[in-house]
Each structure stands twice: as structure tokens, then as C-alpha cells.
Design a protein around this ligand. Structure first.
Ligand code: KG4
Ligand code: ZN
Length: 340
């Protein structure tokens, strides 16, 4: 029975997992407190974690019908993420582990995004390819073993995919977080109306890195030109065309990574994995290439404690050595380090 803590960004997540069975997934979010700033404010997030932590633990235990003394191990996101936010989860996890006299596992947030799929689709095929796309990260990872062998193939060189959605939503006056709003606006739009640039897709570009900052600027310039000419901005068409540019690049690179590495399972995770067009296009292109796509349900794609508990449970099952009680929060933890 593993209790998992996640506080790397603006979600306070506490999950409980037994083996690959999900027993509780309690999440408190401070997203509304950041909305007027158009992005997550680290200090606000840290303070919100502090307030939400204990009530969220209680909520998770209640959902699972368990007492704290039923817990066998504690897992926590040690990094990467906002350092002040991480510290709250790491301190809480240490406190519970010490008080309960149970082992503590400090784990990598990105690896947890991969491991969570076990709760939905059963044991991960090894190796598998993982495309992780959220407000904070965009990475392509080759995963021979989610507990100790994750190889980064590429990542974003500027904005994360979700960040691009959030910034473009702002340009279009849609609100925050922008991803779901663009997704919705795009359903009434024409994805071929405007051809926006596909970053890093030239023959000499790194094949598995991403860049979304040029795309974001191109959208802003296009909208400004319209406004300057006194013409109305076709929000649905811009949203659909922008979204198409993002998911075209994401899926193209992910499928190519699978093919070049002889991997026939593609897992997509992170908040942007909730995007309806990304899911559809990934499915379509994967089918053509004979690759199977696994996408956890949206609640497991966004940041949560269940994913940390899922990775913790897998580490326990494989007999991994627990972390020291003085483990640090590491804001720039590398994906090659799954367990502290
Ligand atoms: O994983 P997550 O909850 O938090 C981190 O950033 O780690 O991801 C949030 C991001 C935001 O940028 C949000 O705009 C994006 O995921 N997002 C979406 C959709 N739902 C959430 N992006 C595109 N389409 C969506 N449907
Ligand atoms: Zn995340």
C-alpha cells in the first residue's frame, strides 16, 4: 500500500496505490489563484500546497477506506519542478514516512507520468516510447524500464507544448489554462485555414527536439496584422490551425522515434494528452505505422499523486532501495535519475 505525494507545480496530489490498483487519487489545485497572472506563480503555489496538504491526505485515506497505519511505503516527487512547491511535498512525505516508520521513495516526476498508465492499462510494455507534454515539459523518452532506465531522445528547446497553448489562448483572449479552451474553440474551426510554422522539422534539425516559441510568435503576429487591418479575428480558425501545427509535430516526431528505435507502443501523458486532436491524430498515424497508443484517462494525465504512488509501488515490487530520509528536492532533476 503506497501513499504518493505530488507537489511539483500547482496541483497538490495525494494518491494511494496497491500494486497496480488505484485506491485513491485526491487532488487540490491552486489553478484559479494563478489565472489572473496567465501562468503559475511559484510562491502562490507553494503556499497553496501547504494549506492543502493535510486535508488532501485525509481525503485520500477516506476514499480508500484506510487508516494511516495501513500504509506500507511513501513515495514523493523529488523533482523536477518548482523548488518551493517540491519542498512542501518532500517535507510532508518525510514527515509521514518518519512518523509511520515506513520506507520513503523520492522519485522523478516524468517517470511517474509514464508509470501511471499501469493503473489504467496494466503492465507497461518494455521498451515503450513516451511522449510527455504538459505546461512544464515536452519530452520524448525511450523507456526500457520505468524504474531505472529512461533515455531522453529529445525535449523542447524553448516553450513546453502546454505553455504554447496557454500563451496562444491569451493572444486570442480565451483565458487560462488555455489548452482546454483552444481545444474547444478549434472544434468549430478549419485546421487548414492558416499554415503556421512547424518548428524543428527541417532535414538538418534535431529529429526529436521540439520548439514552440516561433509558432507562438507567428500566431501573435498573424492576429496583430488582422487587428491592425481592422478585420475580425477568426478565433476558431486560428485555434484549429495553431493546434494542428502543434499536434502535427508532436505525433510526427513520436512515431518516427518509435520506428527508429523499433518500439511498437507509444504512451502519451501530461496535461496536453487530454487534447482531442492530439489523441485522434496520434491514433491515426500510429495505426498506419503498426504502433499501439496508450493514453491514460485525462485525470491521470494531469499532475496527480496516484502517478507517484504508481511508480512507488513498481519500485517496491522490484525491490528497489528506498531513498535516504535527507533526500533533497531537486528542481532540475534529470530523467536519467528515476529514484533518488
Ligand atoms: O500536466 P499538467 O496538469 O500540469 C503541468 O504543466 O505539469 O498540464 C497542464 C497543461 C496546461 O498548459 C494546459 O493548457 C494543458 O496542459 N492542457 C491542454 C488540454 N488540457 C490541458 N492542452 C491542450 N489541449 C487540452 N485539451
Ligand atoms: Zn507533470
Amino acid at each position: 500500500m503506497v501513499l504518493g505525494f505530488e507537489t511539483s507545480c500547482d496541483e497538490t496530489g495525494v494518491g494511494i496505490v496497491r500494486g497496480t490498483e488505484l485506491l485513491a487519487d485526491a487532488v487540490a489545485t491552486s489553478v484559479d489563484e494563478h489565472a489572473r497572472f496567465g501562468g503559475v506563480v511559484p510562491e502562490v503555489a507553494s503556499r497553496a500546497h501547504l494549506e492543502a496538504m493535510v486535508p488532501t491526505v485525509h481525503r485520500a485515506l477516506e476514499t480508500a477506506g484506510l487508516k494511516l497505519t495501513d500504509i506500507d511505503a511513501v513515495a514523493v516527487t523529488a523533482g523536477p519542478g518548482l523548488v518551493g512547491a517540491l519542498l512542501v511535498g518532500v517535507a510532508a512525505a518525510k514527515g509521514y514516512a518518519l512518523a509511520l516508520d515506513k520506507p520513503l521513495y523520492g522519485v522523478n516526476h516524468l517517470a511517474a507520468h509514464v508509470a501511471v498508465d499501469q493503473l489504467e492499462h496494466g503492465p507497461l510494455p518494455e521498451p515503450c516510447m513516451a511522449l510527455l507534454v504538459s505546461g512544464g515539459h515536452s519530452s520524448l523518452l525511450l523507456v526500457p524500464d520505468v524504474t531505472n532506465d529512461i533515455r531522453p531522445l529529445g525535449s523542447t528547446v524553448d516553450d513546453a507544448a502546454g505553455e504554447a497553448f496557454d500563451k496562444v489562448a491569451r493572444v486570442l483572449g480565451l483565458g487560462f489554462p488555455g489548452g482546454p479552451l483552444i481545444d474547444r474553440a478549434a472544434t468549430d474551426g478549419d485546421a487548414t485555414a492558416i499554415t503556421f510554422p512547424r518548428g524543428l522539422t527541417g532535414p538538418k534539425d534535431p529529429p526529436f527536439d521540439f520548439s514552440f516559441s516561433g509558432l507562438k510568435t507567428a500566431v501573435a503576429r498573424w492576429v496583430e496584422a488582422r487587428e491592425r487591418a481592422g478585420e475580425p479575428v477568426p478565433v476558431a480558425d486560428v485555434a484549429a490551425s495553431f493546434q494542428e501545427a502543434v499536434v502535427d509535430v508532436l505525433t510526427r516526431k513520436a512515431i518516427r522515434a518509435c520506428k527508429e528505435n523499433g518500439v511498437d507502443h507509444l504512451l502519451i501523458g501530461g496535461g496536453v494528452a487530454a487534447n482531442s486532436r492530439l489523441r485522434a491524430l496520434a491514433q491515426q498515424r500510429a495505426e498506419q505505422a503498426g504502433i499501439r497508443v496508450r493514453v491514460p484517462r485525462p485525470k491521470l494525465c494531469t499532475d496527480n499523486g496516484a502517478m507517484v504512488a504508481a511508480l512507488g509501488a513498481e519500485l517496491v515490487a522490484r525491490g528497489a532501495r528506498p531513498s535516504p530520509l535527507d533526500l533533497p528536492a531537486d528542481s532540475s532533476m534529470l530523467i536519467t535519475e528515476v529514484l533518488v
